[in-house]
Design a protein around this ligand. Structure first.
Ligand SMILES: N[C@@H](CCC(=O)N[C@@H](CS)C(=O)NCC(=O)O)C(=O)O
Length: 207
């Protein structure tokens, strides 16, 4: 049995990015579903793993990491000695960090938040989240003009961090129709050896 455990929710894009990266690295992990609807993430047992009460959490032997981007950074530093997924040069590392911040900023407040409304019934300003989503998608589409990957000439954790919520943006009523470079980039990620999709939901699939 594997010593790596990923506490997650199957419809959580933050969880999916960790699951996807484990798979791309060829690492076996036990996926442990946390019952968010039942409030298991706010119970003492889970709060001992992450006092913020959120998935995902990774346990690798005695090491415990909360936060999806922190998990990506840890896995890249530990299991990719060539540092291809997280380059160690100062400028290259900074460029990856720039896109981790975008994943935790406008992508979280845009496409991820729009999907929170439609999939989980979150009480947010749906129109505002959709507007934020289109602003960042427009910028990313421009950035990807003539580029295959977000932060380098090869895939890095910047691509993995941004993939899940952008791929599932239509579930939040955010169409990707106007962003051909973004759609081509998503497809590129989907052809990486070891790619695993996030479970789709019934909402927004026609968008
Ligand atoms: N910054 C965190 C955000 C994680 C997050 O928002 N997780 C959501 C599921 S996608 C969650 O656990 N929500 C429950 C809550 O916040 O109460 C990360 O990147 O892991």
């Amino acid at each position: 049995m594997s010593t790596i455990k990923l506490y997650r929710h199957p419809l959580s894009g933050h969880s999916h990015r960790a699951e996807l990266f484990l798979s791309l690295l060829g690492l076996k992990a036990d996926l442990i579903d946390v019952d968010l609807a039942g409030g298991a993430h706010k119970q003492p047992e889970f709060l001992r793993k992450n006092s913020f009460g959120q998935v995902p959490v990774l346990e690798d032997g005695a090491v415990r990491i909360a936060d999806s981007n922190a998990i990506l950074s840890y896995l890249a530093a530990k299991y990719d000695p060539e540092r291809s997924w997280l380059p160690s040069g100062p400028a290259a590392a900074a460029e990856v960090q720039r896109f981790l911040s975008i994943a935790a900023g406008p992508v979280a407040y845009g496409p991820a938040a729009a999907r929170l409304v439609t999939v989980f019934g979150a009480n947010l300003d749906h129109a505002g989240t959709i507007e934020t989503a289109h602003t960042i998608l427009g910028k990313l589409d421009q950035h990807l003009e003539g580029r295959n990957w977000l932060a380098s000439d090869h895939p890095t954790i910047a691509d993995i961090a941004n993939y899940s919520y952008i791929a599932h943006a239509p579930e939040g009523d955010v169409s990707l129709e106007a962003y051909p470079n973004v759609r081509a980039w998503l497809k590129r990620i989907e052809t990486l050896p070891g790619f695993v999709p996030m479970q789709a939901t019934a909402v927004g699939l026609a968008a």
